[in-house]
Structure formats: C-alpha cells, structure tokens
Design a protein around this ligand. Structure first.
Ligand code: HEM
Length: 207
C-alpha cells in the first residue's frame, strides 16, 4: 500500500519535474526565452487545483518515502541499485524541500519573480556558487538516478535505464551552463543578489 501510494505521488511529481526541467532548457537561449517558457508552463502548475495538489503530492512523497526507507533498513538494503535508490531519494527529498521552500520564500517574502535571475543569482555569487553548483547538479542527477532505479526494479529495458543515467548529468550540465552564464554574459539584477545575501544572513535586510 505504502509503495503504491509512493508510486502514485511519484508519478504526479515526475510529470511536474519533467515540465519544469524541459522548460528550463529555454534558458540556453537567454533570460527572455526562459521567461517566455515559464509564462507558458506556469498556468499549468500554478493554477488553483494543481499547485495544492502538487504540494500535497510532495508532502505525501516525502512521508511515504521515509516509511519505505525504514522498511528497507529492517530487511536490509541491497548494495548497488538498492543503495542508489535510497541515496538518490534522500537527496531529492532534501533538495526539493529546500528548493521549493526557497522559491515560495522568494515569491511571497522577497516579492521577487522566481524567473531566470533567481537561480542565476546563486550561481553568479562569488562565494555561494561553490555550494550552489554541486547542489543543483546533484539535484538533477539524483532525480534521474531515482527514476532509473524505480524502472530497474520494474524490469524496464536496460537501454532505458542506462539512457536515464546518462541523461541526468547531460541535463545538469546544460542547465548549469544556461543559468551559470557560460554561453551568455549575465548581469544579475541587484534585487536578486541582495535578497540572496539577506536571506542567508550575509547582509542586513535594511535598505
Ligand atoms: C538546475 C536545475 C533547476 C533550476 C535552475 C530550477 C529553477 C526553478 C525556478 C526558476 C523555479 C520557480 C518557478 C516559477 O516561478 O514558476 C523553481 C521552482 C521549483 N522547482 Fe526547480 N529548478 C531546478 C531543478 C529542480 C528539480 C530537480 C526539482 C525537483 C526535484 C525542482 C522542483 C521545484 C519545485 C517543487 C518548485 C516550486 C514550484 C512553484 O513555484 O510552485 N526543481 N525551480
């Protein structure tokens, strides 16, 4: 039952994550193209019935995932795929909690539009980039590894599973190159870098 519910919430979240990551690829063409892509997909996941459903799926996924980890620890975690599934699941859980909370905080407390400049400001910061580059890169890879492990256990084709393991780092690098300004010079609007530093206690919030 726990496993079935975890799969159901996982499918709902996977649909969102697919839309989310694919729309971010538009950032390869620059901030304006990314904003146009966000404007196209936001009506889907920010609509009244969908956003609460996503948040409920997220909370359900985290709680059910923790229950599955506890069950697995009791029967013993298989080395290889078993370990990869649990490690990637724990990282995705941590990542998505911090990332979604920060997005909502930026939106409702900092009153910022969480567009291209929001993640770009973290990758452009001279000190914080050493945290945010691996944080995003591992986040994207962990999603693909977790999906690959689920498909491996459902006896999906080896080619599909291997394809996902390759697609994770490729997608991660493409997104980091876009938001990290490897292809376009990015000048971060001060509102974003100031909010980032104030939120992390690196500077005061006072004007
Ligand atoms: C380099 C990779 C990523 C970048 C640059 C990125 C960027 C963003 C941006 C710009 C937003 C705000 C979206 C908006 O205003 O409409 C956002 C929100 C969000 N992201 Fe990501 N994201 C990345 C990876 C991920 C991954 C891997 C996950 C899932 C595991 C994820 C889950 C979420 C969630 C749940 C939200 C909140 C949605 C909302 O605003 O209602 N993101 N992210």
């Amino acid at each position: 039952m726990i496993r079935k519910l975890h799969r159901l919430t996982g499918i709902i979240l996977a649909a969102f994550i697919a839309i989310h990551l694919i729309s971010h690829l538009a950032a390869l063409l620059g901030p304006e193209a990314h904003l146009a892509a966000l404007r196209a997909v936001r009506p889907i996941y920010r609509s009244a019935p969908v956003e609460p459903l996503l948040l409920a799926a997220l909370l359900g996924q985290l709680a059910l995932g923790m229950m599955l980890v506890r069950q697995r620890r009791r029967i013993g975690i298989e080395p290889g795929w078993g370990t990869a599934q649990i490690a990637s699941g724990l990282y995705v859980a941590l990542f998505i909690t911090i990332h979604a909370t920060s997005a909502l905080y930026a939106r409702y407390v900092n009153h910022l539009d969480t567009n291209f400049w929001w993640p770009a400001s973290t990758l452009a910061h001279p000190g914080l980039r050493y945290f945010f580059y691996p944080y995003y890169f591992i986040g994207v890879i962990a999603v693909f590894v977790h999906l690959a492990a689920a498909l491996h256990y459902r006896a999906a084709s080896t080619a599909l599973v291997k394809g996902l393991l390759i697609a994770g780092p490729v997608m991660g690098l493409l997104l980091l190159s876009a938001f990290g300004g490897w292809t376009h010079k990015v000048a971060i609007p001060p509102a974003y870098s100031n909010a980032l530093e104030a939120n992390l206690g690196l500077k005061s919030n006072a004007p």
